[in-house]
Design a protein around this ligand. Structure first.
Ligand code: AMP
Ligand code: TRP
Length: 333
């Protein structure tokens, strides 16, 4: 069966190594398997669930497309577009918000983390964010959704919403029930400064992450300053699991080198961190600098990036408008 792949990335700043290893690297592989239909969406409607500077948002939309292309996504083989340009996303999100239950949304841990202590001041959009995400996925009859580990719960919610809609309106299989595609070993890349926090665009310190636009010197400096512990490199998985910073750095190495975690542990067992960090820096430079150079080049080609988004949104609109029309009929509009 032909897979229909859909995924989204928020245009909220520079993409980082976590986005790359947790999601985009997977997009590229799926895009290269010829039998797949792939749609990669720059989710600008999701971005405005927290305050955005309009001019920065506009630049970040192009920046996200540039990162997709520079990482190896081929616009001839996939649809790349921004969510706000296809109105069916907002429409479907409203209809699905009448299907989703408060109790389901109240369980979402990402909302709790992002809203923080002052939930009363969070936007309603931040709360209903996973319903919009379900709309994104279901409008395209997506069968597989490649995401990082942090999105697992949102995908389960999407499956629940799809099932409830199909049951409520007694139409078997109207919405396809999508499967998450989450990498087994390296689905959560952590901050370089704190192995218990995920690497994130919103973390204040830039030293906590490797951005896809970083220069060679920035990469060298960030790995040099990355937090470690005083012991030599671990020799077993059990030992590794007790040392979060060491684990994160070895996971980054393994993922970039495309080798199993066990193999990396064996390779570096008992070595000093300084020796390991040099090898890690080399592989990062090798894999990330070509992407970084290409992103910078593409950012000067605004018209080209806009053309990709325009063509992508036409293709997406063509699919989504048919699905939303059927949704209207089903609910009785
Ligand atoms: P976002 O930047 O939140 O739109 O995330 C885009 C994609 O990157 C999603 O599939 C996330 O699950 C994934 N992602 C974000 N941060 C990380 C991380 N630290 N480790 C692994 N995957 C991540
Ligand atoms: N919520 C996702 C994130 O923050 C982004 C996203 C929006 C998405 N719509 C999606 C991911 C649909 C997969 C499918 O990372």
């Amino acid at each position: 069966m032909k897979k229909k792949i859909f995924s989204g990335v928020q245009p909220t700043g520079n993409l980082h190594l976590g986005n790359y290893l947790g999601a985009i690297k997977n997009f590229v592989e799926l895009n290269n398997e010829n039998e797949n239909d792939c749609i990669f969406c720059v989710v600008d409607l999701h971005a405005i669930t927290v305050n955005q500077d309009p001019r920065e948002l506009n630049n970040n939309i192009r920046g996200t497309v540039a990162s997709f292309l520079a990482s190896g996504i081929d616009p001839e083989k996939s649809i790349i577009f921004n969510q706000s340009q296809v109105s069916a996303h907002s429409e479907a999100a409203w209809i699905l918000s009448c299907v989703a239950r408060m109790g389901w949304l109240n369980r979402m841990t990402q909302f709790k983390e992002k809203a923080g202590k002052d939930k009363e001041k969070a936007s309603i959009g931040l709360y209903s964010y996973p319903v919009l995400m379900a709309a994104d996925i279901l409008l395209y009859d997506s069968t597989h959704v490649p995401v990082g580990d942090d999105q697992k719960q949102h995908l389960e919610l999407c499956r629940d919403i799809a099932q409830k809609f199909n049951n409520d309106f007694k139409i078997d299989n109207f919405f396809k029930i999508p499967e998450p595609l989450i990498q087994k070993e390296f689905s959560r890349i952590m901050s370089l400064k704190d192995g218990s926090k995920k690497m994130s665009k919103s973390e204040v310190s830039d030293l906590s992450r490797i951005n896809l636009t970083d220069t060679k010197d920035q990469i060298i400096n960030k790995i040099k300053k990355a937090k470690t512990d005083p012991l030599p490199m671990p020799s077993t998985i059990e030992e590794l699991n007790k040392r979060p910073e060491a684990k994160n750095l070895i996971c980054i190495y393994s993922s970039l080198a495309n080798i199993k975690l066990e193999e990396s542990i064996k390779k570096f067992s008992g070595k000093n961190f300084s020796e390991f960090k040099e090898i890690l820096t080399d592989i990062l430079i090798d894999k990330i600098i070509p992407i970084s150079v290409e992103i910078r080049k593409l950012l000067d080609e605004k018209n080209y990036l806009d053309k990709i988004l325009l063509e992508g949104s036409r293709k997406a609109e063509n699919i989504a408008s048919k699905k939303i029309k059927k949704i209207h009929e089903i609910v009785g509009f």
